[in-house]
Design a protein around this ligand. Structure first.
Ligand SMILES: [Zn+2]
Length: 129
């Protein structure tokens, strides 16, 4: 049995450094991805961390929210995703990051989470629906 040919194609960026809105969104999505990857523990997961909408356990799993996000918005999916999907990804990431915040953060807190939340919420507010 060969593990090759699973369809994982590594795409090379062709050297364009223009800062597009999708590029900026992809950049904003890096922090919640990192955070969720730290949060989840798939060692006991019978599905190896692949979220499945049709599996009831995924719905009730304590890592379900992060797992669903990570499964939906992989780095390669984000490269191809339309802008509206990226905005959806950012909105749900904001919910996730805000939801895992400890209550004692001040309004002017400068921790990574608070700074990311401020930047992302500002972006979402300025984004024309
Ligand atoms: Zn904070």
């Amino acid at each position: 049995m060969s593990l090759l040919g699973r369809g994982d194609v590594v795409t090379q960026q062709s050297g364009s450094h223009s800062r597009t809105i999708t590029g900026y969104l992809a950049h904003l999505l890096e922090y919640p991805r990192w955070l969720m990857e730290c949060d989840v523990d798939f060692t006991q997961c019978p599905y190896h961390g692949r979220y499945d909408n049709f599996v009831a356990e995924c719905d009730t799993c304590i890592y379900g929210k992060a797992c669903k996000w990570l499964s939906s918005y992989t780095t390669s999916a984000i490269k191809k995703a339309p802008l509206t999907d990226l905005v959806d990804a950012l909105e749900s990431a904001v919910d996730y990051v805000a939801g895992r915040q400890q209550a004692e953060h001040q309004a002017n807190c400068v921790c990574d989470s608070c700074e990311w939340l401020r930047t992302s919420r500002q972006f979402l507010r300025s984004f024309p629906e």
